[in-house]
Design a protein. Sequence first.
Length: 75
Amino acid sequence: MSSDLADRLREHVADNRSGMIVDLAFALVWVTGVTLLFEVLRGPQWAYYLFMLAGVAAYYAFFWSLALARERQRG
């Protein structure tokens, strides 16, 4: 059973490697940017968490607009 899980995990990573790297890069840039912004401005804690949550919406909006731009460029 453990071997089957490991095989499935290896297959998943092999199939989605570039997407996983892009996701990780986006997350690192977003979290670093928000953290640096709130370290400098010393904003309230609730706003920090709100910006972190907004990262989820920003992620989907960014990749949706990227897909739309690629689609328009093709056709």
